[in-house]
Design a protein around this ligand. Structure first.
Ligand code: NDP
Ligand code: 2IT
Length: 445
């Protein structure tokens, strides 16, 4: 393949999808060499079949708000690739959701899921509906309307959705309830379910914990540890909260958390008690991160900014795509950051990735370091299939093993001549090869 030509062709055929182009460009740029060692791949045009989703469902979702007004949103499900297992990936509810963003996420998910060692293909879905500012009754009616369409496209052996931005335990519960009512089947069709109805222990924690397990493995290659390190965390949602918790457990010091309005910086660090307060603000009250200052006024709140210009040792972007640009990357490097592990999907822009790699600091892409979430989703599917539930310790041990295994694979496929580990290349090549071999064996479709 000629990666540039493939990308140009995709840009022409699918214009106005910049995030999708960005994700494809990053993967193709790093797998091209390995791909071209296998002429049999090109003979069956494997790359185009891997870049373009298997199918896309797009539908209107109509629901009634609390005032009795009829509201309309768009709903989507992208089934990207099921060469190694049923389609699997989250659902995002956010006003910014569009086809291009979901296509990038479904494409990334395919490689990420391949890295987990579990049998899962790649998918993503969502809506431009945002739960922010909506009542729980509105969220429930929306979820029921969304599932009225989505139900016919998913199933425990076909496509298994889960959470993502704007979709947590509450939303998964409502969607599961709707699926059950419409189909009269109690099935493991969604992951991230409540513990009482088939959910797995450690699933809420899994993405954040996994990111920090991966970070620890990266630091170990340099003889470093998390203990005593100052950590900048963006986001204040599911991933950010549990990343902060694991950093604390391992003796690190979270310094920041953020949301789309701004960030908080606590010069004394966020300790266990302070993190409990953040859990209360976010999980109980569904509030904003600036409320941190109500209880801890020694912290500062910076409106409209991202936390990357504060001084620290480690950065964990855990909010959203393209939240860390080249200017921010330069500031982090200048301030002496030694490691950046992505909890979010594609939070670092291509220019910023280059800054980290040129500076030879430890940098891991989301598809490697945030794979813990979908991994425990895969373990939830296993538990549902055998109609058993495992203890926290069992799930956590498996999560840790998976993250360390992904790290090893990145080192195996990503170590460059000078010994620097290019985790982007390692993750992409390792993830790609497994899917490619499965596609080759299954014939041309
Ligand atoms: P949540 O909805 O729980 O939290 C998202 C957080 O990011 C919030 O603090 C939110 O702030 C902030 N955020 C969202 N959009 C933007 C934006 N456009 N600009 C700035 N801040 C924003 O989502 P998750 O924690 O689940 O997801 C965070 C990231 O991690 C996403 O990239 C997701 O794809 C990825 N991820 C999630 C997994 C999971 O298991 N949940 C697994 C793997 C990856 P606000 O409240 O202001 O919107
Ligand atoms: O981006 C992701 O990996 C997720 N949002 C989790 C997907 C899942 O199926 O658990």
């Amino acid at each position: 393949m000629d990666a540039k030509k493939v990308i140009e062709n995709l840009k022409q055929r699918f214009p106005n999808e910049p995030e999708y182009h960005q994700a494809v460009e990053e993967v193709l740029g790093t797998i091209e060499e390995e791909y071209n060692k296998h002429p049999e791949f090109d003979k069956v045009n494997l790359i185009e079949r891997l870049c373009i989703p298997d199918r896309i469902y797009q539908f209107r979702v109509t629901w009634m708000d609390d005032k009795g007004n009829i509201q309309t949103n768009m709903g989507y499900r992208i089934q990207h690739n099921n060469a190694i297992g049923p389609y699997k990936g989250g659902i995002r509810f956010h006003k910014s959701v569009n086809l291009g963003i979901l296509k990038f996420l479904a494409f990334e998910q395919t490689f990420k899921n391949s890295l987990t060692t579990l049998p899962m293909g790649g998918a993503k879905g969502g809506s431009d509906f945002s739960p922010r500012g909506k009542s729980s009754a509105e969220v429930m009616r929306f979820c029921q309307a969304f599932m009225l369409e989505l139900t016919r496209h998913i199933g425990p052996d076909c496509d298994v959705p889960a959470g993502d931005i704007g979709v947590g335990g509450r939303e998964v519960g409502y969607m599961f309830g709707a699926y059950k009512k419409y189909t009269r089947q109690f099935q493991g069709v969604l992951t991230g379910k409540g513990i009482e109805f088939g959910g797995s222990l450690i699933r809420p924690e899994a993405t954040g914990y996994g990111t920090v397990y991966f970070l620890r493995a990266m630091l170990k290659t340099k003889g470093q540890e998390i203990k005593g390190k100052k950590v900048l965390i963006s986001g204040a949602g599911n991933v950010a909260q549990y990343a902060a918790e694991k950093v604390l457990q391992l003796g690190g010091i979270p310094m920041t958390m953020s949301d789309s309005d701004g960030y908080i910086y606590d010069p004394e660090g966020i300790d266990r008690q302070k993190l409990d307060y953040i859990f209360e603000i976010k999980q109980v009250n569904r509030g904003r991160i600036k409320e941190y200052l109500d209880k801890y006024p020694q912290a500062k709140y910076v409106e409209g900014q991202k936390p990357w210009f504060e001084k620290a040792d480690i950065a964990l972007p855990c909010a959203t795509q393209n939240e860390l640009n080249e200017e921010a990357a330069k500031a982090l490097v200048a301030n002496g950051v030694i490691a950046v592990a992505e909890g979010a999907n594609m939070p670092t822009t291509p220019g910023a990735i280059k800054v980290f790699q040129d500076a030879k600091i430890l940098y891991s892409p989301g598809k490697a370091s945030n794979a813990g979430g979908v991994s425990v989703s895969g373990l939830e599917m296993s538990q549902n299939s055998e109609r058993l539930s495992w203890t926290s310790e069992e799930v956590d041990a498996k999560l840790l093993w998976i993250m360390e295994n992904i790290h090893e694979n990145c080192v195996k496929y990503g170590t460059e001549a000078d010994g620097y580990v290019n985790y982007v290349k390692g993750a992409n090549v390792a993830g790609f090869m497994k899917v490619a071999k499965a596609m080759m064996a299954q014939g041309v479709f």
